[in-house]
Write a protein that binds this ligand. Structure first.
Ligand code: TEU
Length: 521
């Protein structure tokens, strides 16, 4: 029998490079900062890092708008720094995965510049989704799709002769034109990008919008009234079209030339069966499911999230994945209620997440219990904020830089500059330095949990069995012998049988307090 691939039980740590650590004093995190803090990641006990995009980009969406997929943006460093990071991480037994953005490019990508300069119907335009407008003089967008970030999914260009011209499709910001995956050059270019980074030594990729890329024949109008807008629901014509699977098979053929490498897709697909279709021996190795991140704090919703996540991959023999947050969603401490309650619940949910079989993803700062930050309007940078008519606050609140040491901002995040987003002074108690010494801190909880997860035999086995639990509680047991219990009631409950390994809060007369979880063997 061959050993399980490394990712089947791996703990990944998502680094949002702008916000992790700044080594050159410009107020923006960079690869040098990651390299300097590798010791921290080793101490934390993670198996791999996932770097949100570090490729060349004008940063309209902080790197999710890529202008050269085979180079590092100077803001973050250069290819030499990336290569050194891979070597140094590997020396510490930490694998390195990178974010790839194959659904769209930046408007500053040379292909898009060429498309703008070329005529309608040209091969240059065919790499994107240019269409004539509707109505008098083509002044209406080609169809009625909205963009995820607000406004129409189409922007009109001016032709070379100065006349109002065609429209191009962008499911996200206007600075992120969607590629035409029917054009073979697009797939060839992704293969080139995959090989480029794999040759440099990276261990895998996170594939952005992995349920996007393929578009429906003819880009038809959609009845948005009867289908909830912007829900990424499975019948949304912008996502999850059948052609997407051929694209993933092409990606996998390249990955298979590099044994031991892994691709995890961002897949906002709620139907279990359709989700499972992406996770196959000839498609993606892993797929993010966001059910745990979307579940409210409660035994029923958490149990449903776990059962659905397991069911989605069980049919195809795939590995489940778990995450409580990422750079797109409100941080869990705040989501679960904020303050002490939110922190208690985030501690409990960390133990639930890390007890489950499969791959776990920790978003940087979750291990410090950072809350979302209410930023002043003047500080906000996310395109979601700019384009939504100021109806929502965008995603900056979960992207505030990490506090490392010292008692005042910028807490060692940057040496001389001011951080790209302001850091709350009250984070003094949440710095890595403060938490390393504190046995009751979130960081100590994560370190202890990761250590146990990595060393105890009870964490083996891919199946879980549920205990019958009182309403508001849940308990499951790994086949290897680990039990995890969660108390989401408002009173202490007795623990299930077993010897206590770890609890997210001190027991009360031997019972598990509310908003707490425990591990037993
Ligand atoms: O997100 C894709 C995506 O579908 C999200 O916009 C999601 O629908 C939304 O955030 C739910 O709140 C990815 C990246 O994670 C995101 O940061 C990028 O902005 C986006 O792709 C475009 O590349």
């Amino acid at each position: 029998p061959t050993a399980d691939p490394w990712w089947t039980n791996a703990v990944f740590y998502q680094i949002y490079p702008r916000s992790f650590a700044d080594s050159n004093g410009d107020g923006v995190g960079d690869l040098g900062g990651v390299r300097e803090r590798l010791g921290y990641l080793e101490l934390l006990g993670v198996d791999a890092i996932w770097l949100s995009p570090v490729m060349r980009s004008p940063m309209a969406d902080h790197g999710y708008d890529v202008s050269d997929p085979r180079d590092i943006d100077p803001l973050f460093g250069d290819l030499e720094a990336m290569s050194a990071l891979v070597t140094e991480a590997h020396a510490r037994k930490i694998r390195v995965t990178m974010d790839l953005v194959p659904n769209h490019t930046s408007v500053e990508h040379e292909w898009f510049t060429a498309a703008l300069a070329a005529a309608p119907g040209s091969p240059e335009r065919d790499r994107y989704l240019f269409r004539d407008g509707r109505g008098a003089d083509g002044a209406e967008p080609p169809n009625n799709w909205p963009s995820i970030f607000g406004g129409p999914a189409w922007t009109r260009v001016t032709e070379a002769d100065g006349s109002p011209g065609q429209w191009y499709l962008h499911i996200f910001a206007p600075e992120q034109p969607d590629l035409n995956w029917e054009n073979p050059e697009v797939a060839e270019d992704l293969a080139k990008t995959l090989r480029f980074w794999l040759d440099l030594g990276v261990d895998g990729f996170r594939i952005d919008v992995a349920h996007g890329m393929a578009k429906p024949e003819g880009l038809p109008d959609h009845d948005w009234d009867t289908n909830k807008l912007l829900s990424n629901d499975d019948d949304d014509p912008r996502f999850n079209n059948p052609g997407v699977h051929e694209i993933h098979r092409g990606l996998r053929r390249v990955m298979d030339e590099y044994p031991g490498t892994m691709a995890v897709g961002e897949i906002w697909v709620r139907d279990n069966e359709r989700f499972g279709e992406y996770i196959r021996p000839d498609e993606l190795h892993l797929g993010f499911n966001f059910r745990l991140a979307e579940a409210e704090f409660g035994a029923e919703s958490v149990r449903a999230a776990i059962e659905n996540s397991l069911a989605a991959v069980a049919g195809v023999g795939g590995t489940p994945t778990w995450t409580l947050s990422n750079h797109d969603v409100e941080r869990e401490v705040t989501r679960y209620g904020g303050g002490r309650v939110g922190t208690d619940r985030a501690r409990a949910m960390a133990l639930v997440e890390l007890a489950l079989p499969g791959a776990a993803f920790i978003y940087n700062g979750a291990e410090l219990g950072l809350p979302n930050v209410e930023l002043p309007d003047s500080a906000l940078q996310d395109p979601v904020w700019e384009r939504s008519g100021h109806t929502e606050r965008g995603r900056d609140g979960c992207r505030v830089p990490l506090p490392w040491e010292r008692a005042t901002p910028p807490f060692g995040f940057t040496s001389v500059g001011s951080p790209w987003l302001p850091m709350p002074p009250e984070w003094a108690s949440l710095t890595v330095e403060a938490q390393l010494e504190d046995l009751g801190s979130m960081l100590t909880l994560y370190r202890t949990a990761l250590d146990l997860r990595g060393t105890r035999p009870e964490f083996s086995g891919t199946e879980i069995d549920w205990y019958g639990s009182p309403p508001g509680c849940l308990a499951f047991r790994r086949r290897g012998g680990l039990t995890c219990a969660l108390n989401a009631t408002d009173a202490p409950i007795p623990l299930p049988p077993g010897e206590l390994l770890l609890a997210s809060a001190p027991l009360v007369d031997g019972a598990l307090p509310c908003n707490a979880a425990a591990w037993l063997v």
